[in-house]
Design a protein around this ligand. Structure first.
Ligand SMILES: Cc1ncc(COP(=O)(O)O)c(C=O)c1O
Length: 398
């Protein structure tokens, strides 16, 4: 690559079309259309339709969880799970997560108490949980970030010791295992997301998986307005149902799970090979993860060695039409309403603050080609090796 070809130095962008992070994985289109036709012929679009029930059954079989309740998205699934578990007062949660994790608590007037993360895994740091427990604490909401289970055993031990409920936001972790068991079987319940950006998507969708019969029955009522049968409402509820279009998409994509995982793995290996040795750049590896889904290619940028900050590198990539993303920046504790509620929260979250400054997520999935990945890496390598010039060019446009 020459200087002329780097867009921030005056060249043309490397890509005509944007390369997005989280571009949806799409499975077999013919099977999807045949399901859509079946659905239309049946005139059954929602309300416990056959595809939604089949999706729930497949998910329960796949995760090994006794119950699966499919929903319209993971945010509503989290809210319902939080309510069904009777969480109240304070719940301990990481701040380095998608804002929905904390909102699911705050929406129900439960205070999220932000816990710092382990800087190596980006997951909640179990060593920092106990000091946050108060008489008002009722639960822990762990998040398995980037398809990497959090320290489940340690969290369960703390939950048992203090008689707390344990819920997992497993939005990123579908298909992964922990100690030989599929994610979906841990804590009181786990919440999956099938949002368009996720490993397996149903356009929008989510699910609660649990081995607890009573909890599952309560959640089933809650996601359907509290109806226990025709004209019989026995509980306060909401509309959390998954529709048939989403379920058809979810079922179809589930059939391509192995293929998606393999494509993601190959993409990850390619990034690893091409980014190796670039100063100040490291990829979060999946070496200790059982059965990773590789859905996120997470890079960390150290300005002191790269010569460019994460945000400068993002500006370089965006100019080339590579829409790399900061993730979970600046941390939920720095978003409203939390930053007004807890203006000093950052003092207890040094690792969250540091990681939020250096994470850069690169495009992967089944719509990016190997040669595009090679080109993205070439841009990064060139930008870092010409960091002084690039820094000056960016300063002029700032
Ligand atoms: C960690 C995490 N939790 C929860 C959610 C919310 O999922 P949904 O979009 O299905 O509501 C997301 C992303 O969308 C997420 O990344």
């Amino acid at each position: 690559m020459t200087e002329e070809t780097l867009a921030v130095l005056g060249g043309a962008p490397a890509f005509n079309q944007p390369l997005h992070v989280g571009r949806p994985n799409v499975g077999n289109v013919d099977r999807l259309f045949s399901r859509f036709r079946e659905m239309l012929d049946r005139h059954w679009l929602t309300n416990a339709g056959p595809f939604a029930l089949e999706f729930e059954q497949r998910l329960a079989e796949f995760t090994g969880a006794k119950h699966c309740i499919a929903m319209c998205n993971a945010t509503v699934a989290l809210e319902i799970a939080v309510r069904a578990l009777d969480l109240k007062g304070e719940v301990i949660v990481p701040s380095f997560t998608f804002v929905a994790t904390a909102h699911a608590l705050q929406w129900q007037k439960i205070t999220p108490v932000f816990c710092d993360i382990d800087p190596h895994t980006h997951n909640i740091n179990p060593k920092k949980i106990e000091s946050l427990i108060t008489p008002r604490t009722t639960g822990i909401l762990g998040v398995h970030l980037w398809g990497r289970p959090c320290s489940i055993d340690e969290l369960q031990a703390i939950a048992d010791r203090y008689r707390l409920k344990l819920l997992f936001d497993a939005a990123h972790d579908f298909g992964c295992r922990y100690n030989g068991k599929m994610i979906g079987q841990f804590g009181n319940a786990e919440v999956l997301s099938f949002h368009a950006t996720k490993f397996i998507n149903s356009a929008e969708g989510g699910a609660v998986v649990t081995n607890d019969d009573a909890l599952a029955a309560k959640i089933r009522l809650m996601k359907n307005f509290g109806f226990s049968g025709y004209d019989n409402v026995i509980y306060i509820g909401i509309n959390g149902k998954m529709n048939e279009l989403s379920a058809a998409m979810g079922l179809t994509n589930l059939e391509s799970l192995d293929e998606f995982a393999e494509t993601n793995r190959l993409n990850f290996e390619l990034y690893k090979k091409h980014l190796a040795g670039i100063p100040g750049l490291s990829l979060l590896n999946y070496d200790n993860v059982e059965c990773p889904n590789y859905q996120y290619v997470v890079c960390q940028v150290e300005k002191s060695s790269a010569g460019l900050s994460r945000d400068q590198l993002i500006a370089v990539l965006h100019a080339e039409n590579v829409l790399a993303r900061r993730y979970f920046y600046p941390g939920v504790h720095r978003m409203e309403p939390y930053r007004s509620f807890f203006p000093h929260a950052h003092l207890l979250l040094p690792d969250t603050e540091a990681v939020a400054q250096r994470v850069l997520v690169l495009p992967t999935g089944n719509s990016i080609t190997q040669s595009q990945i090679g080109k993205v890496c070439e841009i990064i390598r060139y930008a870092v090796s010409h960091s002084a010039e690039v820094g000056r060019a960016l300063a002029k446009t700032a």
